[in-house]
Design a protein around this ligand. Structure first.
Ligand code: 2IT
Length: 444
């Protein structure tokens, strides 16, 4: 494979799509060796077929705000690859959403979903609409307008959306309600639904829980455990909340959370009612964490990121490229043991290279955060069977899936010196599954 020429051709075709090109580059560099051992992949143009999405829907979303004014946002659904199963992946509502970010997320999702061992392909969607500061009714009208266009392209065996940044239980409920009316069916085309209408227990916590199960496994490879470790978390949404809950349950101390306004440092640990308070903060519609510092009398660092604190474990839980090379160096200087992305592509490429170069335990989002979509897969299974599993059943399956993903990363990522390159491990394991399925199904 001539990685450089594939990348430059892609860049010429999709100029300015920086996140998408970053995600593709990371995967291609990781799989180069393995790919070159399979000349049949080259003959079948697997890479060229894999880097482009199957199709992209892009549409306007006109809706009426509380003042009676008509607003217009852009809506997208990127159906990236369905060779393994129906397109599956979240919907992101955030001002930063554009085609590049959704193509990067759909591309990553394809390999992540392959890693879960469940039959799901990759997709992603969203809008540049931000629910921040909007009323419930505005959010509902927006979700309905979004689905008025999207509904015809999705279905329980075609494409199953879920939540992501800016899309939680409330938004899924509004979207699913409109979908059900238009499609005249109730077969669970969304995951992350409310428990009363087909949702799965543990789904809200699953991304964070799965992330910590993975980190636990990483530490065990060195005979370490979470108990007694300090943890920096960014974000304060669904993912950060689940991560804080499980980290605390496993005996670690979470000392930071962050929002767009800055970060909070709580040396006593964010546990118990303080974790519940995160939900209150999130539901306030303000999208800021400063009130936490005021309520609990702890330090607030405006416009800064939590990576400057000395911690054992750093867990980005917010958005892509939220930890750069300088942050990575600061964490390393402060003796960090383990960094795991619970957000998608939370670290810049330079930060990742630095962690790997210094042999710091580091694992990428497509492995660490796969518990979210895996539990969505379990929600699809429960919907198809028309029943609901208990919390313990779902959690046990999630735990098993995360252990399995960790194992796959070790198989493909363990170096001769014993260091586990999780980036390589996750990319190769995910790629091999997708590539083999493409080979088996011919040129389609
Ligand atoms: O990035 C992700 O894996 C998600 N936002 C969850 C996707 C899903 O279908 O549950």
């Amino acid at each position: 494979m001539n990685t450089a020429s594939i990348l430059s051709a892609l860049e010429a075709k999709h100029p300015g799509e920086s996140e998408y090109l970053q995600a593709v580059k990371e995967v291609l560099l990781s799989i180069e060796d393995v790919y070159n051992q399979h000349p049949e992949f080259e003959r079948a143009s697997i890479i060229e077929r894999l880097v482009e999405p199957d199709r992209v829907f892009m549409f306007k979303v006109p809706w009426v705000d509380d003042n009676g004014r008509i607003q217009v946002n852009l809506g997208y659904r990127v159906q990236f690859n369905n060779v393994i199963g129906p397109y599956k992946g979240g919907i992101r509502f955030h001002a930063s959403v554009n085609l590049s970010s959704l193509k990067f997320l759909g591309f990553e999702q394809t390999f992540k979903n392959a890693l879960t061992t469940l039959p799901m392909g990759g997709g992603k969607g969203g809008s540049d609409f931000s629910p921040r500061g909007k009323s419930d009714m505005e959010v509902m009208r927006f979700c309905q307008a979004f689905i008025l266009e999207l509904w015809r392209h999705i279905g329980p065996n075609t494409d199953v959306p879920a939540g992501d940044i800016g899309v939680g239980g409330r938004e899924i409920g509004y979207m699913y309600g409109m979908y059900r009316r238009l499609a005249l069916e109730n077969t669970g085309t969304f995951t992350g639904k409310g428990l009363d209408f087909g949702g799965s227990l543990i789904r809200p916590e699953a991304t964070g829980f799965g992330g910590l199960y993975f980190v636990d496994r990483m530490l065990k490879t060195k005979g370490l455990e979470l108990k007694g470790k300090t943890v920096a978390i960014s974000g304060f949404g669904n993912v950060a909340w689940g991560a804080a809950l499980k980290a605390t349950q496993l005996g670690a101390k979470v000392v930071t959370i962050s929002g767009p306004d800055g970060y909070v440092y709580d040396p006593d640990g964010i546990a118990g009612e303080k974790i519940d308070y995160m939900l209150e903060l999130r539901n306030s519609g303000e999208d800021i964490v400063a009130p936490y510092a005021e309520k609990y009398g702890v330090a607030f660092f405006p416009d800064q990121r939590p990576w400057q604190q000395k911690v054992d474990i750093a867990l980005p839980c917010a958005i892509q490229n939220e930890l750069n090379e300088t942050d990575a160096q600061t964490l390393i200087d402060n003796g960090v043991l383990c960094v795991a992305e619970i957000s998608n592509m939370g670290c810049t490429a330079e930060a990742v290279d630095l962690f790997i170069d210094k042999k710091i335990m580091f694992a990428p989002g497509k492995a660490v955060n796969a518990g979210g979509v895996a539990t969505s897969g379990l929600e699809m299974t429960q919907n198809a069977m028309h029943l609901q599993w208990t919390e313990a059943e779902v959690d046990q399956k999630l735990h098993q899936i995360m252990n399995n993903i960790h194992e796959q990363c070790c198989v493909y990522g363990k170096q001769s010196d014993g260091y586990i390159n999780y980036v390589k491990g996750a990319n190769v394991a995910g790629f091999m599954k997708v590539a083999k399925a493409m080979m088996a199904q011919g040129v389609v």
